[in-house]
Write a protein that binds this ligand. Structure first.
Ligand code: FES
Ligand code: FES
Length: 176
């Protein structure tokens, strides 16, 4: 059995010291060492997107990323998505709730992380085509995607549209 290696990871703004075998993926460390089980283990081979997290703001498949590769970088998981919102719930999460964009919910954390990375990169309301492209690597077996796309477009308008700017100035809605 491989010797555990001491890793220092920054996850959702907090520093963690973890001893894990050097071949462990970021997904394994998140779920089995840090109990951050919002990140889902689906195919475990890069096909489904359920394990998507952000590293330095970019969506990555944590099942294909060695944990040691994430050292010195900022990792964000779905557990940290609402940290900067007063309600603790990011506008994307609120929109998924309002649009009934989740059924079994297994794909939802990965889709949220992909969609969040996209709207933070574009920093404006997104089109339906942009929303589709943003989550192109995420598979959902339940919803048919329509409500997911509706929710992503709505959230981008709330965060970066005129309504979002007006609301943000009143500090009712912020984005993480
Ligand atoms: S679990 Fe990583 S892509 Fe499916
Ligand atoms: S809601 Fe079930 S896989 Fe997407």
């Amino acid at each position: 059995m491989a010797q555990p290696r001491l890793l220092q990871l920054r996850i959702n703004g907090a520093s963690h010291h973890v001893a894990a075998p050097s071949h462990w993926t970021l997904l394994e460390v998140l779920r089995y060492e840090l109990d951050l089980i919002g990140t889902k283990q689906g195919c475990d081979k890069g096909d489904c997107g359920a394990c998507t997290v952000q590293v330095d703001g970019h969506p990555v498949l944590s099942c294909l990323t060695l944990a040691c590769q994430a050292q010195g970088r900022a990792v964000q998981t779905v557990e940290g998505l609402g940290f900067s919102s007063p309600s603790g719930c990011h506008p994307l999460q609120d929109a998924f709730d309002r649009y009934d964009a989740a059924q079994c919910g297994f794909c939802t954390p990965g889709i949220l992380m992909s969609a969040h990375a996209m709207i933070e990169r574009l920093r404006r309301p997104v089109t339906r085509d942009e929303a589709k492209e943003g989550i192109a690597g995420n598979l959902c077996r339940c919803t048919g995607y329509t409500k997911i796309i509706d929710a992503i477009v709505d959230a981008s308008e709330r965060v970066f549209g005129e309504a979002g700017a007006a609301t943000a100035s009143g500090e009712a809605v912020t984005h993480g």
